[in-house]
Design a protein around this ligand. Sequence first.
Ligand code: RB5
Length: 147
Amino acid sequence: MRIGIASDHGGFSLKEEMSARLKNGGIDVADFGPVKLDPADDYPDFVLPLSFAVASGEIERGIAICGSGVGASVAANKVKKVRAALIHDAFSAHQGVEDDNINVLCLGGRVIGNELAWEIIEKFLSAKFSGAERHKRRLAKVANISD
Ligand code: RB5
């Protein structure tokens, strides 16, 4: 699985740590930046390119990190075909994929520690959409809606 990761300054430290762990685990990671800590940067500049790459199929799943994870999830969910969720617990990390077919995980770098973030990422990446009819029906009701 090729995955992507992006952040802003608020998520930079967590991005660097999680990216290193993923690479150490042999996972193919595309880093959408930033490449250095810049306290004046803006999360859409990194989260949107990541989200477009998920939407196009260039990468299968994305991890988007800002300070709270809120801005990252707002930005990612603007992109068609992206289903992003801000998750800080292990249950939702796999259930969000199994039931809701999320393809972008958002995290708050100022909220969550490295170990829980890593556990969540492992669960997110190993989970598969169930394909159950009721879940497909629910997702169909929210597909292709945009403001
Ligand atoms: C940046 O200071 C901060 O607002 C951003 O990282 C994020 O938390 C927004 O939701």
